[in-house]
Write a protein that binds this ligand. Structure first.
Ligand code: TXD
Length: 317
């Protein structure tokens, strides 16, 4: 069986980390694409030189020619500009929309059958732009944010309860970042919902609220510490979980930004919800019933995404 081919558009911090993880996990061959072709080729060569040490077989190359991504099974897009301290994700809107437009054109021409995972911020708008401009079917174009947001939530909950991260599950919905909606009643330790754990005296509502707040601002916390650039290890690991579920038809249920077509009362909006990811791409949206306050929070989050989308349309890029 031929190896899978994975194209990484953007060979920056996340792109390089993705390439390394793909090698270590032997998920397939990697093409790194960047406007700075030397950086893409340099990272590919550096990682390839680690393969004899770590014992993985994966062909890695770098390019600034879109023809190199031809025939990719998966394309992961990080091309664009990251946040600097004091910048919101939305400040990136105009700059990155232009970049995503160009990338969408490259994918439409050279890899129209790929499963596309967008990471570039502001995520929920960039993934919508990617789907529109590439013309790929919506189930083949998804955005990565929820896996990262829920990983942050899981880590902080595991630390709070002093249990393994493996046994903590989290359920988050909505747009990426500040308006993210964590559903604590569906977040568990080994199946025990967080509200039950509060009743059992394992934590307090105030402490859980603080964890929710820290999670929603998790990206900003790292931007502030790094001083240049934004998080990249956890974002890369999160996108890999999505790519792996697609390539191995694992049908994992992962929170991803997908185009809602009637689910959750939304029509044509890209926003984060739990989705089954398998060989068919985004195969099925998991639609849960909301309590009134959850519904309000989700709608507020959708409204924030819609506003940003309207700002994008007004830019006319
Ligand atoms: O949860 C999430 N979705 C995110 C998103 C979590 C963390 C970071 N997130 C966003 O990912 C971040 O705000 C950025 O928009 C992207 C990429 O982050 P990264 O840290 O990898 O940024 P880098 O290191 O600046 O890399 C971006 C690369 C860089 O090498 C540029 O030369 C390249 O993108 N670039 C391009 N490549 C191809 N084509 C074009 N037009 C282009 N423009 C820039």
């Amino acid at each position: 069986m031929a190896r899978n081919k994975i194209a990484l558009v953007g060979a920056g911090n996340i792109g390089g980390t993705l390439a390394h993880l793909i090698g270590l996990k032997e998920l397939g061959d990697v093409v790194l694409f960047d406007v700075f072709g030397g950086v893409a080729a340099g990272k590919a060569l550096d990682i390839a030189q680690s393969s004899p040490v770590d014992g993985f077989d994966s062909a890695l190359s770098g390019s600034s020619d879109y023809a190199a991504i031809a025939g990719s099974d998966v394309v992961i897009v990080t091309a664009g500009f990251p946040r600097l301290p004091g910048m919101s994700r939305d400040d990136l809107l105009a700059k990155n929309a232009e970049v995503i437009g160009a990338v969408a054109e490259g994918i439409r021409t050279h890899a129209p059958d790929a499963f596309v995972i967008v990471i570039t911020n502001p995520l929920d708008v960039m993934v919508a732009v990617m789907q529109e401009r590439s013309g790929l079917p919506p189930h083949k174009v998804v955005g990565m944010a929820g896996v990262l947001d829920s990983a942050r939530f899981r880590l902080f909950l595991a630390q709070e309860f002093n249990v393994s991260v493996e046994d903590v599950t989290a359920f988050v919905l909505g747009g990426h970042g500040d308006t993210m909606v964590p559903l604590t009643r569906y977040s568990t330790v080994a199946g025990i919902p967080v509200p039950d754990l509060i009743r059992m005296g394992w934590s307090t509502q105030e402490r859980i609220d603080a964890i929710v707040h820290r999670t929603a601002n998790g990206g900003g916390e790292i931007v502030k510490l790094l001083e240049k650039g934004s998080a990249f290890y956890a974002p890369a690991a999160s996108a890999i979980a999505m790519a792996e579920s697609f390539l191995k038809d694992k049908k994992r249920v992962l929170p991803c930004a997908v185009k809602l077509e009637g689910q959750y009362g939304q029509d044509g909006l890209y926003v984060g919800v739990p989705v089954v990811i398998g060989a068919g791409g985004a195969e099925k949206v998991v639609e849960v019933e909301f309590l009134p306050e959850e519904k309000a929070a989700f709608e507020k989050s959708c409204d924030a995404v819609k506003k940003l989308l309207a700002d994008f349309r007004a830019l006319g890029v």
